[in-house]
Design a protein around this ligand. Structure first.
Ligand code: ZN
Length: 218
């Protein structure tokens, strides 16, 4: 059984709110890879703490307190990731887990100083936007999942999902990194897998991989 903290739940809710500002419990379960029952339990706790509004069968919403808490946790996490990547020299597939541990134990003052030292980065090593001290979120450039590209289309990687370390290790191995150009050579309609070209080399990738790599739309 994975031990997932309240902060992790709040971060996932914050990062995956839909257009109406809500999220369905089953989405939270799939993002965190936990059971629906575990999500229900945690949502009850978060609602009791005044951090979410939880109504069964309706979307979950963050309260004002929940939102500022989650935004700050996301900020801590992403600043730690930049620090670990740029200063410590850790690969992008290692920084997420490390940042998960550090984000809880550092003071806001330390985070602010790191941010200054890093010259106010706007994006983390996976291309995710970093909320500023005042809570402003840098705008992500227009992008779409690689899985949406058609045969013959190409574009540059602007963001990747950072939730699964093995996924990051795998895509690093085939040359995927931020700003790398990817061309879709073939798209197979029966299983949505693709042959893509990265640095002149062909690779077969599953639709699951293609759904988690995001390409800038020009
Ligand atoms: Zn990240």
């Amino acid at each position: 059984m994975k031990n997932i903290s309240k902060e992790d739940y709040l971060s996932v809710i914050f990062k995956n709110l839909d257009e109406e500002g809500g999220i369905k419990p089953n989405i939270i379960a799939s993002k965190l890879v936990v059971s629906n029952a575990a999500v229900t339990d945690m949502l009850k706790k978060l609602a009791k703490d005044g951090l979410v509004d939880y109504k069964p069968y309706k979307g979950i919403q963050l309260t004002a307190e929940g939102e500022s808490y989650a935004r700050n946790m996301v900020r801590r996490h992403r600043i730690w990731e930049v620090f670990l990547n740029e200063v410590v020299g850790m690969a992008w597939d290692k920084v997420h887990d490390e940042a998960n541990r550090l984000e809880h134990s550092s003071s806001d003052d330390l985070i602010n100083r790191m941010e200054e030292m890093l010259d106010y980065p706007e994006y983390d090593p996976h291309g995710d936007p970093i909320p500023s001290k005042s809570g402003r979120m840098p705008k992500l450039k227009k992008h779409r999942p690689l899985s949406d590209l058609n045969e013959g289309e190409s574009g540059r990687v602007i963001r990747v999902n950072d939730f699964d370390q093995k996924f990051l290790v795998y895509i690093s191995g085939i040359g995927v990194k931020l700003d790398e150009k990817i061309t879709v050579k073939e798209k197979r309609s029966f299983d949505k897998s693709m042959e893509v070209i990265i640095k002149g080399k062909p690779w077969n990738i599953s639709s699951k991989i293609a759904k988690n790599v995001f390409i800038e739309v020009k």
